[in-house]
Design a protein around this ligand. Structure first.
Ligand SMILES: O=C(O)[C@H](O)COP(=O)(O)O
Length: 333
């Protein structure tokens, strides 16, 4: 049994900032240590979560690994699914510090790099279906991130905007389909519509209307910007879509990635983490930082921001995801 080595992954219950450095697990669980708990049969180390009290928590039950597309067996329904949420990389209007909202602008070169780096962080996590908003910055982020994925499946944007679009974009090979990941675009996941602030410079707007007023427009739950959407109004569409269209895939054992926007994701995280309208004010999402949840028995468990492959021995994931990674390793050999 390999000696246990511990990697302190201390997560704060205070921070609501998703900057990849700190995150908030379940309320009240302040410190979580990741330890390697010894070698499994294939010599790979398994990981467990040891709560601050030092008592070994039970490692989440193994998920039945998805078939590698070659085996005859169809994978049993998974006991858990992973959900990755990611805000798009830096956009050209983020760079200019302009309110963007529903204006459809592309990424900057920095945003492209952020998307590629995000892909490296999630390259070992299974993904069966991808959701993006209807905006290019979220779609670019998803596609660039998937270029890094080790499973090498091809993400394909599905077209159902008309019968002809659906008919003309059909794939006539089951094997090719098996090697593809459907990407579903949805306007409901678009960024909150910022109304008459769209295109205005954020600093100039604060100078003109006052810092407090602009902070209320940007971060409060129920105060909309002039002729725009409040976070509550954004949640009405984004969270409803998440419940109706994303959760059924997770319930079926599919692993999902959602690439969207600062506020459409804030509304979803508010729902997942059961944040109050006061708590959500301090929730900030950095561009291009993936956030990992585990969906199990109808509940969402926040797991923090995945570490990059450079820290190969430490996976802030469940044992199932570490096992999936081992499968990817064996597929390469
Ligand atoms: O729409 C925008 O301007 C950004 O995507 C998010 O803006 P915010 O951080 O001001 O909400």
């Amino acid at each position: 049994m390999a000696a246990a080595t511990s990697h302190n992954a201390i997560v704060s219950t205070q921070s609501h900032r998703w900057d990849g450095k700190s995150s908030r697990l379940d309320k009240g669980r302040a410190n979580v240590r990741l330890v390697s708990v010894g070698s499994c049969c294939s010599g790979n180390r398994k990981l467990g979560l040891v709560c601050a009290s030092g008592s070994q928590s039970s490692v989440i039950d193994p998920v039945h690994l998805p078939s590698n597309g070659k085996g005859a067996h169809s994978p049993k329904k998974s006991s858990e699914s992973s959900l990755i949420l990611i805000r798009h990389g830096e956009s050209m209007w983020n760079e200019k510090n302009l309110f963007t909202g529903c204006v459809d602008v592309p990424l900057t070169p920095k945003g492209v790099e952020e998307a590629i780096e995000a892909g490296k962080r999630i390259c070992n996590i299974p993904i069966d279906v991808i959701f993006t908003s209807a905006m290019i910055r979220s779609q670019m982020t998803a596609m660039l991130a998937m270029m890094q994925h080790r499973r090498k499946k091809v993400p394909i944007i599905t077209h159902k905007e008309s019968e002809q679009a659906q008919s003309w974009s059909q794939i006539y090979s089951e094997d090719t389909k098996e090697q593809s990941i459907p990407v579903i675009t949805a306007w409901q996941l678009n960024e909150r519509m910022y109304g008459e602030l769209q295109g205005l410079n954020k600093q100039e707007t604060a100078d003109r209307f006052g810092k407090e007023q602009v902070h209320e427009w940007r971060r409060s739950y129920d105060t909309p910007p002039p002729n725009g959407e409040s976070l509550e109004m954004c949640a009405d569409r984004a969270v409803s879509y998440f419940k109706d269209q994303v959760v059924p895939h997770l319930t079926a054992g599919k692993h999902v990635m959602v690439a969207a926007h600062a506020n459409s994701l804030r509304s979803i995280i508010m729902h997942l983490d059961k944040l109050t309208s006061q708590e959500v004010i301090s929730l900030e999402l950095s561009t291009g930082i993936p956030m990992l949840y585990i969906f199990k028995e109808g509940e969402f468990i926040r797991r923090g921001s995945p570490v990059g492959p450079s820290e190969a021995s430490v996976y802030a994931y469940t044992r199932n995801l570490a096992t999936y990674r081992d499968t990817l390793d064996s597929m390469v050999q």
